[in-house]
Design a protein around this ligand. Structure first.
Ligand SMILES: *Cc1c(COP(=O)(O)O)cnc(C)c1O
Length: 499
């Protein structure tokens, strides 16, 4: 199977090339030329396997240039016993009859990004062996919080890789800073910069594309690669857990094979829900994909009208990982629903960068409407939902998940659709203790000390603090460097030990 670019259909690359390069030369995103199709039997067989077995089956449909041994090595490395706190890796938890929560946050950083970032380093190093003579991979990340930590954990001590994370010194939460600065591993480095997230991101992009630095790396048999969410290697692992959730529903006799389900996803960059779209297009029986947004409701408007407009107020919310106005992965959906029309995608993306908006034509919009529903809620509704479902079901969820739960129950009330539903849960509530404490009626316990707030939340709710978050308290701080933006390239070369 081959991959092409959303902005140039004449591009044809293997999975390994798509993963090593991250983004196509003309700026498009890599997409599969055809979406593999599965049968009911395939799903029935998948249900007999554990998560690792399911991942191997689904991934081998997309990574056709990987050998069976290579896929085994990658998947076992990522999801082996002990990496995730649940033996099921991504377990379902029933909220009420017909509504299950798919918990994607049992990995080492307690957010769903681990599902992909635990696997990506293996996919990337295996791909580089095929396409780049086994060069040492250097990963640069600019982070506003969660991605940096998940990348550090994923790449920690993976042979032939280095990972270097830059974060804005005043732009991440105290707990996020601690998570990163206590990072273990011999091939990692974390550095704060004076400036905001955009400064960090712009400078990283500059280093990434600097011919001078790239040449120095090449002399030392090294190359840059990226771990951000437009890399196909981050998307493909996410397809697996939608199949896995369906299999779990089968095994729990909640559905029979062929029954349709709805899937609800709290959405930012449109990566997670796009993986669900691929699962549906492959043949997973899905009625609706419900895209849940916070006050930054650009996607709700788009899915309701076909008009995408980033020119709007930006809100900082209690679900910060969804505070996004340009959802990069939407570009892949546009390609597929337009019948692989690269010119159309190019026009849309040009419109977006030049005018801040674009509108899709009627036929593409109808195809989108056939699969997707959109909805959003504000911070007040998010917190109300956390309190309500904690009281009603004794289930504690984080702010991002609560956005999805709110949007789902609104959808159900408005449509009467009672199709069995899976709601993706993307973070542990302990990662967002202040908002969750307030939501369960204990705002007075909000303070400066992140550990104390986690303790309070645990005492009140009798929920256990995830081990990786509790463990940070006793870990030494390894990284406390703060630099000016101009010094970042020196930090990179310094870490790699080259002049
Ligand atoms: C990244 C993230 C999201 C958004 O996922 P996308 O794939 O960007 O749509 C939602 N919730 C949490 C906790 C996240 O970290």
């Amino acid at each position: 199977m081959f991959y092409t670019s959303t902005r140039d259909k004449s591009v044809k690359v293997t999975a390994a090339e798509a993963i090593t390069n991250g983004i196509s030369a003309e700026g498009g995103l890599f997409v599969p030329c055809e979406i593999p199709q599965v049968s009911k039997d395939f799903i029935g067989n998948l249900a007999k396997l554990d998560y690792i077995g399911r991942a191997k089956e689904v991934l081998s449909l997309y990574l056709t240039d990987f050998t069976e041994e290579e896929i085994d090595y990658c998947v076992n490395g990522a999801y082996k016993a002990g990496k995730f706190s649940s033996p099921a890796v991504a377990p379902l938890s029933e909220l009420e009859e017909g509504v299950d929560i798919l918990e994607l946050w049992h990995g080492p950083t307690c957010a769903f990004k681990d599902m992909a970032l635990q696997l990506l380093p293996y996919l990337l190093t295996t791909s580089a062996k095929k396409t780049a003579d086994g060069k040492q991979i250097v990963i640069l990340v600019a982070t506003s919080g969660d991605t940096g930590k998940a990348a550090l954990e994923g790449f920690k001590d993976v042979p032939s890789t280095n990972v270097l994370v830059f974060y804005p010194n005043d732009g991440v939460s105290a707990m996020q800073k601690l998570q990163m600065c206590t990072q273990e591993g011999g091939n990692v480095r974390v550095c704060a910069i004076k400036g905001n997230f955009d400064d960090a991101q712009t400078s990283v992009k500059k280093i990434f594309t600097s011919e001078e630095i790239k040449a120095k790396l090449a002399e030392n048999n090294m190359m840059f690669s990226s771990a951000n969410s437009i890399n196909w290697g981050r998307l493909v692992p996410q397809i697996v857990y939608y199949f896995s959730a369906y299999c779990d529903l089968l095994n729990q006799n909640k559905i029979t094979c062929g029954d349709k389900i709805n899937i609800v996803v709290p959405t930012g960059n449109f990566g997670n829900i796009l993986a669900a779209y691929y699962a549906k297009e492959m043949g997973l029986p899905v009625r609706k994909l419900i895209c849940a947004s916070n006050a930054n409701n650009v996607l709700t408007e788009f899915l309701g009208s076909g008009f995408y407009n980033k020119d709007r107020d930006f809100y900082t919310t209690v679900s910060p990982s969804m505070d996004i106005l340009v959802s990069s992965n939407l570009e892949r959906l546009l390609f597929h629903v337009s019948g692989d029309d690269d010119e159309f995608v190019k026009d849309c993306m040009e419109g977006l960068s030049e005018d801040g908006h674009y509108t899709v034509d009627k036929s593409a919009f109808e195809r989108i409407r056939g699969c997707f529903e959109g909805g959003y809620c504000d911070d007040e509704a998010t917190k109300r939902t956390i309190g309500k479902i904690y009281k009603k079901y004794n289930y504690l969820c984080d702010t991002h998940t609560a956005v999805a739960v709110t949007v789902y129950f609104d959808y159900k009330e408005n449509t009467g659709d009672d199709t069995p539903t899976v709601i993706a849960s993307t973070a542990s509530p302990f990662k967002f203790s202040p908002a969750v404490l307030e939501a369960v009626g204990n705002a007075s316990l909000i303070g400066d000390d992140g550990f104390k707030m986690m303790d309070s939340l645990s005492e009140i709710t009798s929920c256990e603090i995830p081990a990786p978050l509790a463990a940070i308290k006793s870990k030494p701080v390894r990284f406390n460097q703060v630099v000016d933006r101009e010094e970042m390239s020196r930090v990179v070369l310094d870490m790699l030990g080259i002049e």
